[in-house]
Design a binder for this molecule. Structure first.
Ligand SMILES: Nc1ncnc2c1ncn2[C@@H]1O[C@H](COP(=O)(O)OP(=O)(O)OP(=O)(O)O)[C@@H](O)[C@H]1O
Ligand SMILES: [Mg+2]
Length: 261
């Protein structure tokens, strides 16, 4: 299947004394293996859209297809991996157990046939994120950045073909953040999952994404789509290459134009 997510005419209005139109007329197709970032001001409906894709929230207009069917079915098959803002690790369990947790919880789902989800070896992924020496540690013994790397390990061990990440690095300081960001870049380039990512950092969007979707606030509408032409692997061009800077400026300009338009 070449299309991982297909959104057509998605709208969502939250009822209340003053109803809030969070999303309107969202048309978006995410190809399998593509890294797409939702970028927009606070209140532009990014989290709402991510939750609709995850099947955690309903749309009140339009249609959603995820991995060839309704989101809830994909979620039931554990084909959707979710990376939260905070690592959300179990404090009493060792890093290896935490990283293997979704695989453990999903054993029952694994018994049915799963052509799409390919669970990965825990220790292999921990080594990939540089946590091999900390597999027996508890989360409390890790730094914030290491905890977030353990959370990334957990979702890659799960092996889901679609990963949804809502500002996964926003709680980290800038230096830690740029190193964990490179870790994700590296993991993604090796495993090629479909990712829908949310960030407020134009630099992060430019460095990681194949395509950046710019949204306007209330109602959230797509005001620009920016293809990122930087060749991969990108780890070498890291954060200070001119190419990344140029895309970053383009994203920021599109955000301003969308907000004033
Ligand atoms: N459960 C809800 N009930 C009522 N209104 C909601 C609910 N969830 C979101 N909204 C409203 O919908 C709009 C979009 O919210 P959403 O959280 O999707 O924005 P966002 O782009 O993720 O913002 P941020 O960048 O601040 O995380 C906001 O105006 C918000 O107040
Ligand atoms: Mg949000």
């Amino acid at each position: 299947m070449s299309e991982a997510v297909v959104l057509r005419g998605i709208g969502r209005t939250f009822a209340g004394r003053r109803p809030i139109a969070a999303l309107d007329g969202i048309d978006l197709t995410v190809r399998a293996g593509e890294f797409v970032t939702l970028f927009g001001p606070s209140g532009s409906g990014k989290s709402t859209l991510l939750r609709i894709i995850a099947g955690l929230e309903r749309a009140d207009a339009g249609t959603v297809q995820v991995l060839g069917g309704p989101p809830r079915e994909a979620a039931r098959r554990k084909d959707i991996g979710w990376v939260p803002q905070n690592a959300a690790l179990l404090p009493w369990a060792r890093v290896r157990t935490n990283a293997g947790l979704s695989a453990l919880v999903n054993r029952r789902a694994d018994r049915s046939s799963h052509p799409q989800r390919v669970p990965q070896d825990v220790d292999g992924i921990l080594a990939e994120v540089g946590l091999a020496d900390f597999a027996d540690a508890r989360p409390g013994q890790l730094s914030g950045g290491m905890q977030q790397r353990a959370a990334l390990a957990r979702v890659f061990v799960q092996g889901a073909p679609l990963l949804l990440m809502d500002e996964p690095f926003s709680a980290l300081d800038e230096i830690t953040r740029s190193s964990v960001r490179l870790q994700l870049l590296d993991l993604w380039e090796r495993h090629r999952k479909t990712v829908v990512f949310v960030t407020h950092s134009a630099e992060e969007a430019a460095l990681l994404s194949d395509r950046v979707i710019v949204l306007s606030p209330r109602p959230g509408r797509i005001t620009a789509e920016i293809e990122v032409p930087i060749p991969r692997p990108r780890a070498d061009c890291a954060a200070d290459s001119d190419a990344v800077r140029a895309v970053e400026r383009e994203i920021t300009a599109a955000l301003r134009a969308g907000a004033s338009g």
